[in-house]
Design a protein around this ligand. Structure first.
Ligand SMILES: *[C@@H]1O[C@H](CO)[C@@H](O)[C@H](O)[C@H]1NC(C)=O
Ligand SMILES: *[C@@H]1O[C@H](CO)[C@@H](O)[C@H](O)[C@H]1NC(C)=O
Length: 553
């Protein structure tokens, strides 16, 4: 009898447990479902192409971390947008772990040992695409992935490479954006880069044609199987250096062997309810935080865009941009100059001082902003990833200008950067090991209830694109998508203002009347990719300007 009873109890208890489990499962499914259409409940990747966002997402689906997803998406981007970034470049990662701790992994290119001492004397005086092997910096890209994977990776290293090796080897139709830039391989280019895009009838390829990157696939396969070291010593390194030297470059195998990635703490900027984490110099986070700090003091909200308020807001923003152009020359590799000055630019007291110099009814002459001539650049990619465990990755990667130096290494399939041209107008002399200054500002913003992972591409337009998206979203109350889509204003190094297509014509007229010099610009290169988590739902936006598409689940 007693045994029966016990069995009965056990049975009952089991049934209760089962029912409870079913209720919990149902509730969690229901709770998950509450995320609105177009948002995700677990993870998201925003790269500058749908193909690479999906490859990144698939890594997370396999149990990978947000860093695994970011690396796979970067590798993918090196074939989908090879004009923007690749193994021959460098990158900066901002990574927030699930406890909220933020690290910067800096694998930006460095000055090679045998650099020509008069290199900067050969800088062009006005903006142009500077091609040529003399501008090649020592590539850090793969060392950056290695470090990020070592610190935060979950999947095996080789797994991250598989989808891209397949794409590169089997080929794929040239996407619209890559196709748009193929004509850039016609001038100031080494023969091998032209050949990469020449079909068997001798014609330059175009959008929709099948392109293969077979040598790059072989190189990636070796790195996948043997580790990052395979790029920095041994056969790949020797082949790469031989090709660079044949193109007239001065990099050596010692330069590659001695390349070191750095890991540092992020700088933290209080921004209302948020803490904004940015990479320190030589990255451009300081300029972004300076502009936001200046604008923060004007207490902007959704009413700031109504009537004459709107002109005043944009006038002040242009003034902040002009002062930030004047600060650029103080953003330097901290290993070669003091960071003190740059740190000061991120402080509220400095922003307050600059606000006191901004007259709300007129613009000033260029010397007022302490601007010295510098070159601007373009290109670059940005990827924002958020994992289920809260790991957040914001990474910007570049070979600098379109197709970098336009030197292509035929035996490794690598396109080399022209990052040393970023010193032009910013430094008088350079030293081996030094990193050029950059506008790249991969950022993570964190409040009690929200995480926002954001970054942009486009040289100087990085600062303008990110500042504009953040002001629109955080203060004007626009959705993340609308905040990124809104047309931007940009101040060129010559203190001339450009407005993106569809910018409010009346505001432009008023701004010109206030003394801003307006000149139409042919192209804007700002591309902001961002991921935001709020109340358990993730909104991801890949900028429509580069026809991007995010992915997630
Ligand atoms: C690029 O080529 C053009 C002619 O096609 C030439 O005038 C120009 O000087 C070249 N620029 C560089 C940086 O080599
Ligand atoms: C701003 O500029 C106007 C017009 O030149 C001038 O009258 C005014 O005094 C200036 N304001 C400040 C605070 O300097």
């Amino acid at each position: 009898m007693a045994r029966f009873k016990t069995r009965g109890y056990v049975c009952c208890a089991l049934m209760l447990l089962c029912a409870l489990a079913i209720i919990i499962i149902c509730m969690s499914v229901l709770l998950r479902k509450k995320c609105p259409d177009g948002t995700f409940s677990s993870v998201a990747v925003a790269a500058d192409s749908g193909t690479c966002s999906r490859i990144g997402r698939d890594m997370l689906k396999k149990g990978g971390s947000a860093v695994d997803g970011a690396i796979a998406a970067l590798l993918c981007t090196s074939v989908i947008n090879p004009q923007s970034m690749g193994l021959g470049g460098g990158s900066i990662f901002t990574v927030m772990d699930s406890s909220g701790k933020v690290k910067i992994i800096n694998s930006r290119e460095t000055v090679p040992r045998n650099v020509r001492l008069d290199l900067l004397k050969t800088c062009p005086k006005s903006f142009q695409l500077i091609a040529g092997s003399k501008w090649i910096g020592v590539p850090g890209e793969i060392r950056g992935y290695e470090k990020a994977h070592e610190l935060y990776g979950k999947l095996p290293w080789a797994t991250l490479f598989q989808p891209t090796i397949k794409l590169a080897r089997e080929g794929f139709p040239i996407p619209v954006i890559q196709g748009r830039y193929i004509s850039y391989t016609e001038s100031n280019t080494t023969k091998p880069l032209r050949e990469l895009y020449t079909d068997k009838n001798g014609n330059l390829m175009k959008t929709g044609d099948i392109v293969k990157f077979e040598k790059l696939a072989d190189t990636m396969e070796m790195i996948a199987n043997l580790g990052a070291e395979a790029f920095y010593s041994g056969k790949i390194a020797e082949d790469l250096i031989r090709d660079i030297q044949e193109a007239g470059g001065i990099l050596t195998v010692q330069d590659l062997a001695s390349y070191k990635v750095t890991v540092t703490d992020a700088w933290v900027i209080p921004l209302g309810e948020y803490q904004m984490y940015i990479p320190p110099p030589p990255a451009g986070g300081v300029l972004l935080s300076f502009i936001l700090n200046v604008m923060k003091g004007y207490n902007l909200d959704s009413t700031s865009l109504i009537g004459e308020q709107k002109t005043l807001v944009y006038h002040r923003l242009l003034e902040a941009f002009k002062f930030s152009n004047g600060l650029k020359k103080y953003i330097r590799d901290p290993g070669f100059s003091s960071e003190k000055m740059a740190k000061k630019f991120t402080e509220d007291s400095f922003a307050e001082h600059i606000r006191s110099l901004i007259n709300s009814s007129k613009a000033h002459d260029p010397h007022y902003y302490n601007i010295t001539p510098h070159l601007d650049n373009m290109g670059t990619t940005h990827i924002s990833v958020l994992g289920e465990d809260g790991l957040a990755v914001s990474v910007t990667s570049t070979i600098n200008n379109i197709f970098g130096s336009k030197v292509f290494s035929p035996s490794t399939g690598v396109i080399l950067n022209n990052q040393l041209s970023d010193f032009c107008g910013r430094e008088d002399s350079i030293s081996p090991g030094q990193q050029p200054p950059s506008s790249m500002a991969p950022a993570v913003l964190k409040s009690k209830s929200k995480t926002l992972v954001i970054g942009s591409t486009g040289g100087g337009m990085i600062t303008a694109g990110m500042a504009s998206a953040l002001i629109n979203h955080l203060w004007f109350g626009k959705s993340l998508k609308d905040a990124i889509a809104a047309p931007i204003v940009y101040v060129r190094p010559e203190n001339v203002v450009g407005f993106e297509q569809n910018f409010d014509e009346n505001v432009i007229k008023d701004l010109v009347a206030m003394g801003h010099t307006h000149k139409a610009m042919a192209r804007f290169y700002n591309v902001v990719n961002a991921v935001e988590k709020e109340d358990g739902c993730i909104c991801a936006v890949s900028d429509a300007r580069k026809l991007g598409e995010p992915a997630g689940y």
